[in-house]
Design a protein around this ligand. Structure first.
Ligand SMILES: [Zn+2]
Length: 225
């Protein structure tokens, strides 16, 4: 009889522990700011297309480094992340006659066909006047949601880079052809020595990843208010 009672008490304790653990796990997942949100992260260029370059830096490599850090930050915040690329390649098929065009079309296809709430396309800039520096967010003309996200990112860009740039409409294929809210961000100028130094640093890339994550959180929060 005593043995049976001990067993019953042991079973009850296990049930209670499992119940507490389940509640804790559910509360935790609900508390994450981006749970249930899917973001497409698009590191610009790749493969033979380096994009811009400056010093020994290649745009495609820095874009990818920032994007991979962004994936980690977004996932930590509870989001699902779809990467258009997660290595040093482009999306065109072998023997494509126009690699750039096919690559861009496939990126847009991912954004338009996979379930997602928004996309962020990561790029770096370059300019003949090497004193030009800072970061800028672009959105599709007439798209109010994307404009709001771009404005939030721009405010944080200006704080980070100590510049006073404005977010702008951009005539980019990925913005023009996408059917979801999203932005193209130029995270700095590879033609500028100061920006180049920052962009090469892992800690600065991490700051950018956090900046984008916080911006997405702020944007989605404003939508639900
Ligand atoms: Zn680019």
């Amino acid at each position: 009889m005593k043995q049976r009672r001990r067993w019953m008490i042991a079973c009850l304790c296990i049930f209670a522990l499992v119940a507490v653990w389940k509640v804790q796990a559910e509360t935790k997942s609900q508390a994450l700011p981006l749970s249930g949100v899917t973001v497409v992260v698009d590191p610009g260029h790749g493969g033979k297309d380096d994009g811009a370059s400056g010093g020994d830096l290649k745009e495609q490599e820095i874009n990818l480094a920032i994007a991979l850090k962004l994936r980690t930050e977004l996932e930590k915040a509870g989001a699902n992340v779809t990467m258009t690329r997660d290595g040093s390649y482009d999306l065109a098929s072998d023997g494509a006659t126009n690699r750039k065009r096919e690559d861009m079309k496939k990126r847009v296809e991912i954004i338009n066909t996979e379930p997602n709430d928004l996309f962020i396309s990561i790029h770096l800039n370059t300019y003949p006047n090497v004193s030009i520096h800072g970061a800028q967010a672009f959105y599709r003309k007439g798209d109010e949601a994307s404009k709001q996200l771009a404005e939030i990112i721009q405010r944080r860009f200006n704080d980070l880079t100590q510049t006073e740039k404005k977010s702008k409409t951009g005539d980019y294929f990925i913005l023009n052809e996408s059917e979801r809210p999203g932005v193209l961000v130029e995270c700095g100028f590879l033609s500028n020595a100061g920006d180049r130094k920052s962009l090469a640093q892992s800690s600065y890339q991490q700051q950018l990843a956090q900046l984008f994550t916080e911006s997405i959180e702020e944007y989605l929060m404003a939508l639900t208010l």
